[in-house]
Design a protein around this ligand. Structure first.
Ligand SMILES: CC(C)(COP(=O)(O)OP(=O)(O)OC[C@H]1O[C@@H](n2cnc3c(N)ncnc32)[C@H](O)[C@@H]1OP(=O)(O)O)[C@@H](O)C(=O)NCCC(=O)NCCS
Length: 146
């Protein structure tokens, strides 16, 4: 997989990933475009044979020296091959280079795949958020020192 910053031509593919990977809380075009235009954010895509299969979106709070993972997803057809782990590690490298000392995120409590990924990469649970993703959709807050 090749990991690179998303370009305008990737937005349709990013929307497809959002559609294939999330039933609620999907990011829409204006939000993705806005993130791509921000110096404080990175939108990454992972491609396999020129097909965008993974995405990661992260925002950096430079003054506070921390970064926050907004989204991470891999198409169902390409899961279980370590691609999400690789793109997550790349976001952490970028955050570290910008001077962030931590990466935080929220994950649905029922999302065992994602929790397994984050725990395996050194993220710890630092809090719980009731109804974060909607009614009865509680989340864990997780964080990793970088
Ligand atoms: C969660 C998600 C990103 C994992 O993607 P993936 O490409 O299959 O993950 P990887 O192949 O990189 O696996 C990395 C690690 O995740 C964990 N993992 C993956 N699938 C798992 C499963 N079914 N159960 C438990 N842990 C799992 C493992 O720790 C794995 O490491 P290992 O292979 O060394 O054991 C993917 O399922 C996805 O896109 N889901 C929908 C979107 C989503 O929920 N994103 C997270 C929002 S917070």
């Amino acid at each position: 997989m090749i990991i690179r910053p998303a370009e305008e031509e990737d937005i349709d593919a990013l929307l497809l990933i959002e559609h294939a990977c999330f039933s609620h809380e999907r990011f829409h075009r204006p939000y993705i475009e806005c993130l791509m235009s921000l110096k404080a954010a990175d939108v990454l895509v992972g491609t396999v044979r020129d097909l965008v299969v993974s995405s990661a979106m992260v925002i950096h709070y430079d003054v506070q020296g921390r970064s926050h993972l907004l989204s991470l997803a891999t198409l169902p057809s390409h899961r279980g091959r370590g691609l999400s782990k690789r793109i997550l590690i790349r976001t952490e490298e970028i955050a570290r280079r910008r001077g962030s000392s931590s990466m935080s995120l929220e994950v649905r409590k029922s999302n065992s795949q994602a929790i397994g990924l984050y725990q395996g990469q050194g993220y710890s649970t630092i809090g719980a958020l009731t109804d974060f993703f909607g009614p009865k959709q509680d989340a864990w807050q997780m964080e990793k020192p970088l």
